[in-house]
Design a protein around this ligand. Sequence first.
Ligand code: 13P
Length: 254
Amino acid sequence: MRKKIVAANWKMNMTQGEAARFVDAFLLDIGEINNVDVVIIPPFTAIARVTEALGRAHNIKVGAQNMYWEKSGAFTGEISAPLLRDLFVHYVVLGHSERRTLFGETDEMVNRKMHAAHEAKLRPIVCIGESLEQRDKGNVEKILSTQLHGSLAGLKPKELQETVIAYEPVWAIGTGRNATPAQAQEAHAFVRHTLAEMADKTTAERVRIQYGGSVKPDNARELMSQPDIDGALVGGASLDPRSFAQIVKAARNE
Ligand code: 13P
């Protein structure tokens, strides 16, 4: 059985004060967290404050939205895996579609970051997904396969098992138009099938695959009840503590 994983990708939002207030309200609302992994992914500037506000809620982990693959050096403006570890970060999002489309990240760059993250014992959440044009042309599987092979190249089975994959169809991100549970399940099953080909069936069965793209309290339960959907990567709805808590509760099947 795969444990569900629900993550809040705050993107470029939340001051330190807003982040601390979010955590206080979220902790009050959510109560005990069992049977689901919860990750809060603030902008770099609010990471330390979120960790502080979480206090002894050690079962909620903190993530980062990006990193560079070198460990240190003359890379002005970049953040490395060891610097994230220094902030008690456990997860890092790599290859988000906004990074790919707005900042020119390629699968090869994502792959270098993947290796650097694993080396530092950070767990990557690697994002893949097709555009509307690619879907309309019937190229979903081709795109997903290319992104998986490119970004996961050279990973050992154990590293793959510690990688989270987020299927985020680009047309569903921030649009209010989520993939239907059936569309998402079809893509997730294909991802798992591809992982089995790339590694082996046991490895593929252990990898958690999140769905992302307009996940809201009212669609989260049905999406996460699909057999190959192991959680959610939530953007807009994760900025409100109550709606993010509802999505976590949906993953707990409450
Ligand atoms: P929205 O939930 O705002 O559609 O964003 C999804 C996303 O990009 C999460 O990484």
